[in-house]
Design a protein around this ligand. Structure first.
Ligand SMILES: NC(=O)c1ccc[n+]([C@@H]2O[C@H](COP(=O)([O-])OP(=O)(O)OC[C@H]3O[C@@H](n4cnc5c(N)ncnc54)[C@H](OP(=O)(O)O)[C@@H]3O)[C@@H](O)[C@H]2O)c1
Length: 260
């Protein structure tokens, strides 16, 4: 099936690793133009080396910096002639419970999660409005609907972003901009390799992952792959998804137990 993404331009935040990088690759495979960013220049350069530079724009940018985000979006629009899609992916989780979470943790988490969506959205909105197939995908977590107390700030922020996504889908529908979310469970990316490295364990990464999947009750019995998430993101970006807005797709191997 032709997803209709060839020559469309998509901005993907946090494209130097994991889900963002898999999404960049999948979009390039579909013939789209892609702009992506990350904070670490070396990591971004290493991750994107070998990809089609003619259709890929990379920029060092922190999504919390509205001006820097605007520059990336304007560069993309200038080089490729517009912006048709936005994937708000950049971010990370904060493994802390109530008693460990300081006021700074709460402020930093809410800043990253909310401005990580709002800064790119404000920057891209005029371009998205001009597109005939505009789509925004917010990369969220099952935590939004199924909070984990050991990730208390992230769970609360994720719930807020899911709520925000619904409001945006209604608000932006008049401009022809669809807004959807993907809610991730446990996906094998840098987030988990870093946690394994920091864990006090003799288990190999593979053993540790298998134990983690069992402990968290992942129905499919394993962590997901970044390309399995990218598939859902690309589907929501496609003009073929033209009647889908305001929804959230769980990509979680069945770890999510919510029926809503
Ligand atoms: N993996 C999971 O199990 C899981 C589960 C639920 C939700 N998620 C969410 O899925 C998204 C992707 O995560 P991932 O697992 O693919 O993580 P990852 O492998 O650590 O990749 C995160 C990407 O975001 C970039 N990034 C982080 N903070 C940024 C910032 N402030 N500004 C710009 N770029 C930033 C990173 O590059 P730099 O560090 O160089 O900036 C990197 O490119 C995140 O929002 C994460 O919270 C992941």
């Amino acid at each position: 099936m032709d997803l209709g993404l060839a020559d469309r331009t998509i901005v993907v935040t946090g494209g130097s690793s994991g889900v963002g990088l898999a999404t960049v690759r999948a979009l390039l495979d579909e013939g789209a133009n892609v702009a992506t960013c990350g904070r670490d220049a070396d990591r971004l350069a290493r991750a994107t080396a070998g990809l089609d530079a003619g259709r890929l724009l990379t920029a060092v940018c922190d999504v919390r910096d509205a001006g820097a985000v605007r520059d990336v979006v304007e560069q993309a629009a200038g080089r490729f002639g517009g912006v048709d899609g936005l994937v708000n992916n950049a971010g990370q989780s904060r493994m802390k419970g109530l008693d460990e979470s300081t006021a700074d943790d709460w402020r930093d988490e809410l800043e990253l999660k909310f401005h990580g969506v709002l800064n790119p959205l404000h920057a891209a909105r005029p371009h998205l409005k001009a597109s005939d197939a505009a789509s925004v995908v917010n990369v969220n977590a099952v935590l939004a609907k199924q909070p984990e107390p050991r990730l208390i700030t992230t769970s609360a922020a994720r719930a807020g972003i899911l709520n925000l996504s619904k409001s945006l889908s209604v608000e932006l529908a008049a401009d022809g901009i669809r807004v959807n979310s993907v809610c991730l469970g446990l996906i094998d990316t840098g987030q988990w390799t870093r946690r394994h490295a920091a864990a006090d364990t003799d288990q190999s990464y593979e053993e540790w992952q298998a134990h983690l999947a069992a402990d968290r009750g992942v129905a499919l019995g394993r962590l997901g792959r970044a390309d399995e998430v990218a598939y859902a993101i690309v589907a929501l970006l496609s003009p073929r998804a033209s009647y889908i807005t305001g929804t959230a797709i769980d990509v979680c191997g069945g770890v999510g137990r919510s029926i809503l």
